[in-house]
Design a protein around this ligand. Structure first.
Ligand SMILES: Cc1ncc(C[n+]2csc(CCOP(=O)(O)OP(=O)(O)O)c2C)c(N)n1
Ligand SMILES: [Mg+2]
Length: 332
């Protein structure tokens, strides 16, 4: 990778961290409502994997911790923020919120609240691509906890049987809400669980974006070249609580500090500094420019955008000819 791409990538990591931090503030100011799951700490995974994908062409799908995946896949940060604000200009017209970012113009297929729901949808997208004879692949990002859902096992079986072009990316952050992985899961190395389905797999450090990109490139080549599904596991950590109402009382400060020591921005920033590609001064300048962009363009856009009209609330949510029982007052 050349130095200008390395700088761009480093800027993206900082941008995603700051975007999430600003979203947190907007939530505390009650400008963002509903559920909110932040991605801070895990940025190198989505950024690194999707750097190696053909965004806009390949399908990308994930769970509810979806802001960064959507933006790296090509969704506009302004529209993502407006969605979080519930505004008409949001990527889902303000009807979806944080867990339901969706942008079919770049093949970002959501954003799903139900744990494990994207697995079969990803297989379906891959099957569609295969039937149409395109060289698209489907990339499905999900957490460690999702692998205990039935959909995981059903999907892996069929995806392997039908040799579908789908890449499963497991973001193993060791927790499913407040449950540490060893209290819920017998085989904790997630990549080992897929061997029973004849799917190739591997496990990597998710905090070092160079490691992520190298592993992702190989996995994507495998899938795109027609060798069938691949399951790639990245070890990572979320810094904030599961969602906004989480005191993180289930884990220790020491554990958090250990992971923060291996922060993806820190690791990549130090590497670029040591290689003489970036100086501390340039990094500070970059951070200031990012904060200004987020404030003066992205937050401004979200704040100034109109709310959906009350009479339009069911627009885009139900079909054009909905059953009146779904939109009228509840019937007894
Ligand atoms: C079908 C279903 N069951 C339970 C929940 C409640 N729930 C929300 S997130 C979550 C944990 C998922 O953990 P993981 O897959 O590791 O993702 P992470 O939050 O760590 O990114 C659970 C059980 C849900 N949303 N959907
Ligand atoms: Mg998890």
């Amino acid at each position: 990778m050349n130095p200008s791409d390395q700088k761009r990538l480093f800027r993206e990591l900082i941008f995603y961290r700051r975007f999430e931090d600003r979203t947190y503030e907007a939530y505390m100011e009650r400008k963002v409502g509903g559920f909110l799951h932040l991605y801070s700490g895990q940025e190198a995974v989505a950024t690194g994997v999707l750097e190696k994908a053909r965004c806009g062409h390949d399908y990308v799908i994930t769970g509810y911790r979806d802001h960064v995946h959507a933006m790296k896949a090509g969704a506009s940060p302004k529209e993502v923020m407006a969605e979080l604000y519930g505004k008409e200009t949001g990527s889902s017209k303000g009807r979806g919120g944080s867990m339901h970012i969706f942008d079919p113009t770049v093949n970002f297929m959501g954003g799903y609240a139900l744990v494990g729901q994207p697995f079969p949808l990803a297989a379906g997208l891959a099957m569609g691509a295969k039937m149409k004879g395109t060289d698209q692949i489907a990339i499905c990002f999900l957490g460690d906890g999702a692998n205990n859902q039935g959909t995981f096992h059903e999907t892996l079986n069929m995806a392997s049987l039908w040799n579908l072009p789908v890449l499963f990316v497991c973001e193993n952050n060791l927790y499913a809400i407040g449950t540490v992985i060893h209290r819920s899961t017998v085989v904790q190395d997630q990549y080992k669980r897929v061997s029973g389905y004849g799917i190739e797999s591997s496990q990597h450090d998710g905090q070092d974006i160079d490691v992520v990109m190298e592993a992702a490139e190989k996995a994507i080549d495998h899938v795109r070249s027609g060798k069938g599904p691949y399951f790639i596991e990245f070890m990572t950590y979320r810094y904030r609580g599961h969602s906004m109402s989480d005191s993180k009382s289930y884990r220790s400060k020491e554990e958090e500090a250990e992971w923060i020591n291996r922060d993806p921005i820190l690791i990549y920033g130090n590497r670029l500094k040591e290689a003489g590609i970036l100086s501390e001064k340039e990094i500070k300048k970059m951070e200031t420019a990012i904060d200004e962009e987020i404030e003066n363009e992205i937050i401004k856009f979200a704040e100034e955008s109109p709310e959906p009209k009350v009479e339009d609330l069911s627009k885009y949510v139900l079909d054009d000819n909905p059953d009146p029982r779904w939109i009228g007052p509840l019937q007894s």
